[in-house]
Design a protein around this ligand. Structure first.
Ligand code: ACM
Length: 751
């Protein structure tokens, strides 16, 4: 290989004369954590205002373009060689070596992505502090990604954001070495991409007349009656695609079909199965108004694809495929005839026919399809890649049939879920996805045979924006969870360490602050877990920031003490607690009240497995004397069970007289959570021979917290069995129809 040195100039970084300059000491705190990082023991002074670079090798690199993307204090010119970009064949795809010594800064890579990521690591180091003059440790970093697909999604249909924000969002992905931006461009609530052949997409489908106020679960629905919408012109899209490519980011555009298409039908009702008129949807959720698999519909979608493929150079077109209700297809004479003609058994097969036809067309344009895991139903298209969102099962099934998979399960990757159970959090769709849980994700399912691991391309987090009207709100939900997801996708699993991540994140917050990112900072937030046991209630506190000190006091013992390890409280009490840093209180004072009843601390077992996501502390939280948050089902006091009945058994240890039982359930159809259908109470002296003594056959409707009280003739028993008959499947017409329904229960109070 001919090695051409554009400008070669070895100048010691230390010899700059800087007068009375103060040098700020900074650590090497890179996110995502590099594969290998070794401090070399020295320190080197770097003045951001006075850097120069050279390229060593036979291919140029757009360093000036890259340098423009970062710290405005930085002045990196191509008239010296202190920062050397060295081409070599010896480094893995997208990987890089970064060597910072007293003599120079060298970045070696075999492709431009690798050089870019080496440069990003250097920029993170230089942006660790806003000062221009830094004293940084000498270091050797050898780095490459774990997964080839490292993605973030953004829904711009439920709410739309300025072009500048889309660019900022993309830039931040690149800053975390993500390489894919999944741009969710079409929805029931708005069409956001200019398609020149169909002007009504711009004039009608892009705008809704009004927007739901508050949460979908809150009844009756109320609307703001203000026209909302817009779309990205093809010129803007080209600009964004170019911006992304300068940051090694590929954009995957999503054009939803056959469901989530009501906004198109508002403009072109002829592509539906039922007569219109339709309007662009003003509320969230799933619409029955979907594309009809008619020739005219395919012709329309093919025309749309023709324009889309000219705008997006990446290999994938996302065709959606999720949440397509089949009611209209079932009732459509046309669909029934089509199914008969094509030998298609059911409407799942018809969805598969729809997707496979579109796949052939998209393949003929030299592109591949990617779709949500519902595209597995009725048979997967030959070359499809699957995004597994309803869990990992779809991804596992696809990988086992040799299809590429992107993992994005709701359990770890839905950044529209709450990240904190704090009462002051802005309204979110629901759920509970704290930073720690994102960080703990492994995109390779434990049960997947290693021969299929290569089919798992990586993971992606999704930002659905029903409840994010502003770009600031998007940032609040996306950061710092995106930082955690970046590490999931990049760093080897064995090298991930949450405590270390949190330490690096503190430095990273300074970088995000300088970039004016409205990130959420819950690092000092304190979570209190009380687990009942025979020794009394065991209290532990959890806080992401291990350097925080937690101090607590109780109503009984008023002295505030520092928390060191779990402790027992006996009897009713209230605990007050807060986090401190350097002796100063840094959070509000939290409190929890413990009330006692006959079940408190007694042995409790559950006859049904509960969700790890909503029940990580096990059934003992049902007898810990602490009531759950009545407005949100995500706090640790709730236990969630999916699609099944359950039985709660309490062993009082000795014959005990009972006459009243209070239970609490959550009811929120918009969250796919349903109150029980009925409850039976039985007793047994031996834990085997059960006799039913009470039954509740109807439970009042209501939303959110549903108290259920059972009062009966006093009964003496050692064992109590509560059989909870749950709704298993979400009924037709409701949110998530056909999916498993959730049952959420809280404290069991026995008197
Ligand atoms: C989805 O969340 N409907 C893919």
């Amino acid at each position: 290989m001919i090695r051409k040195v554009y400008i070669l100039c070895f100048v010691s970084l230390c010899i700059q004369f800087l007068g009375a300059q103060s040098w700020v000491e900074i650590p090497i705190h890179i996110i995502p954590m590099p594969v290998h990082q070794e401090l070399l023991g020295g320190k080197v002074k770097v003045n951001k205002r006075n850097l120069s670079y050279s390229i060593v090798g036979n291919t140029t690199l757009p360093i000036d373009v890259w340098a423009d993307q970062f710290d405005k204090k930085m002045n990196l010119v191509s008239d010296g060689g202190k920062v050397e970009f060295i081409w070599t064949d010896e480094i893995k795809k997208e990987g890089y070596h970064l060597l910072i010594t007293n003599e120079s800064i060298k970045i070696k890579a075999s492709d431009s992505s690798g050089h870019y990521y080496g440069f990003v690591s250097l920029m993170q180091i230089l942006e660790s502090d806003p000062s221009a003059t830094l004293n940084i440790p000498t270091v050797e970093i050898k780095d490459y990604p774990r997964f080839s697909y490292r993605g973030m999604h953004l829904d711009v249909a439920r709410h739309m954001y300025e072009v500048d924000f889309i660019k900022k969002y993309i830039h931040l992905l690149a800053y975390h070495k993500m390489n894919t931006f999944h741009w969710h461009l079409t929805e029931d609530q708005g069409w956001r991409i200019e398609i020149k052949k169909y002007p009504k997409l711009q004039t009608i489908s892009a705008y809704r007349d009004s927007t739901l106020i508050g949460h979908y679960n809150d009844q009756p629905h109320q609307y703001d009656k203000t026209k909302y919408g817009g779309y990205y012109t093809q010129e803007e899209i080209k600009e964004i695609v170019q911006f992304a490519s300068e940051r090694q980011i590929t954009i995957i555009p999503e054009i939803e079909m056959p469901g989530h298409s009501q906004a198109v039908l508002a403009a072109y009702p002829e592509y539906g199965c039922v007569d219109g008129p339709f309007s662009v949807l003003s509320k969230w959720g799933i619409s029955d108004n979907v594309f009809c698999p008619k020739e005219e519909t395919f012709a329309f979608l093919e025309d749309v694809i023709d324009e889309v493929v000219t705008l997006f150079p990446g290999k994938y077109i996302h065709i959606g495929g999720d949440e397509c209700p089949k009611n209209q297809w079932n009732e459509s004479v046309f669909c029934q005839q089509l199914m008969e003609d094509q030998g298609i058994e059911d409407t799942k097969g018809l969805q598969s026919y729809f997707i496979q036809r579109m796949e052939k067309y998209i393949n003929s344009k030299g592109k591949q399809i990617i779709g949500w895991d519902e595209i597995l139903e009725g048979g997967l298209a030959d070359n499809a890649t699957v995004m597994s969102w309803r869990g990992e099962e779809g991804g596992i099934e696809a990988a086992k049939s040799n299809h590429p998979v992107v993992m994005t399960p709701t359990s770890h990757c839905y950044f529209d879920y709450y990240q904190s159970q704090d009462i002051g959090e802005p309204l979110a769709i629901g759920g509970n996805l704290p930073l720690e849980r994102v960080y703990a994700y492994d995109p390779i399912p434990e049960t997947l045979d290693p021969i299929y691991h290569p089919y798992i391309l990586g993971a992606q987090a999704n930002v659905w924006t029903e409840y994010m009207p502003t770009s600031k709100h998007v940032e609040y939900m996306a950061y710092p969870r995106t930082c955690a997801m970046a590490e999931v996708d990049w760093t080897p699993k064995v090298d991930r360490n949450y405590d270390d991540f949190i330490e690096r994140l503190k430095t990273h917050f300074k970088r995000l602050e300088a970039k004016e990112v409205n990130f959420a900072n819950h690092l000092a937030e304190v979570k209190m877990v009380i687990q009942s046991s025979e020794k009394g209630n065991i209290v532990s506190f959890l806080c992401a920031d291990k350097n925080s000190e937690i101090r607590y006091r109780s109503a009984k013992n008023k002295t505030t003490v520092v928390y060191n390890e779990p402790f027992a409280i006996v009897g009713a009490d209230s605990i007050f607690y807060a986090a401190y840093a350097n002796g100063v209180q840094v959070t509000k004072e939290y409190s929890k009240e413990v009330e006692l009843n006959l079940a408190s601390g007694k042995k409790i077992t559950l006859g049904s497995s509960f969700s790890e996501k909503y029940g990580q502390y096990g059934p003992s939280i049902l007898t810990n004397g602490v009531r759950a948050n009545k407005h949100k089902f995500g706090d640790v006091e709730w236990l969630g069970i999916e699609g099944r009945n359950t039985a709660v058994i309490i062993d009082f240890g000795e014959p005990t007289l009972l006459s009243e039982i209070d239970l609490g359930f959550f009811h929120g159809p918009a969250y796919w959570i349903y109150k029980p259908e009925s409850i039976r109470f039985s007793y047994a002296h031996d834990g085997r021979d059960w006799g039913q003594f009470h039954e509740i056959t109807s439970i009042d409707e209501g939303i959110k917290h549903i108290p259920v009280k059972a009062a009966f003739e006093p009964i003496k028993t050692r064992y109590l069995l509560i059989d909870i008959i749950a709704k298993k499947t979400i009924p037709i017409g409701a949110e998530g129809s056909g999916h498993k329904a959730w049952l959420f229960m809280e404290e069991v109070i026995v008197r």
